[in-house]
Write a protein that binds this ligand. Sequence first.
Ligand code: B12
Length: 239
Amino acid sequence: MPKSSGETQVPSDGLQQVVAAIESFDYATANAQLGKVVALLPVQELVGGVVVPLLRLVGDRLHNGTLTAVQEHMTTAIVRNRLGGLLCLHARSSLPSQILFATLSGELHEFGILASAVLAVGGGFEALYMGPNLPPSEILAVAGWTSPEAVVLGIKTSKPSPETIKDLRLVASRLPKRTELWLGGDEVKKTLLAVRGVGGIVGARVFALETFEELDVHLARLKHAIGNRHPQRSNRLPP
Ligand code: B12
């Protein structure tokens, strides 16, 4: 899939209709068309085939001047509301299956964590979706109250600031013992190296996920581990 090239492909009719409505500043039609797509597609296809290409296309077209900032904001508002609606669809499990999603202070890009939360819910997990731009103390407080299986932090920037590195180290060192830390974003493997550098106190339970496919692998691993901890009740987590 192209990253940000100016030649972004529009992959389906449904998506074309959303784009056409955005081009005409028609919020209601764009919202309704995206609603149809959301209702029809499995979550993996929705995220990989619609959400990511739509946001990249709008970003590219903002960049080349063929869409305005208002149209970009309209798109992100609609996508956010539609994806947010899917988070309510989880069935509560009697097994521990909570995953917390957030971004740290200064990181406003939230669609990586929002799409990940939707994928986690589709996989039978309960998403504690905290949203973007949170200080580490707040994330640690919620993690302390809920002891989730994992905390997922989205990091969009390829060059995290010293402040972000410091915040990451703090979160990694203070999470509840059993909670894993998953860092998500296209260049997080580099970020993880920086966090593990001089003075880093990060243990083996920190993982860097650069794609939604890697997220799926870790969701499956976690589900397996939960099933092993609770063998009699593991059939209560959806397959
Ligand atoms: C929407 C958007 C915004 C919105 C965000 C609104 C919101 N509620 O999230 C707003 C307007 C706030 C914004 C602001 C900025 N943005 Co912006 N933004 C975008 C845009 C158009 C879409 C990004 C997006 O959400 N995509 C959907 C996600 C799901 O896809 P993705 O980001 O490609 O992620 C893939 C992987 O990285 C990975 N992934 C990402 N996150 C996660 C998380 C997890 C857990 C996992 C498993 C995987 C994963 O999976 C995805 C699929 O492969 C892109 C354009 C583009 N071409 O990408 C620019 C873009 C990301 N922004 C960019 C920039 C530079 C900025 C600003 C600095 C602009 C400015 N000068 O103010 C600010 C920074 C704000 C901040 N402090 O964070 C650059 C980033 C360059 C870089 N890598 O450092 C981009 C690429 C635009 C560009 N071509 O220059 N932005």
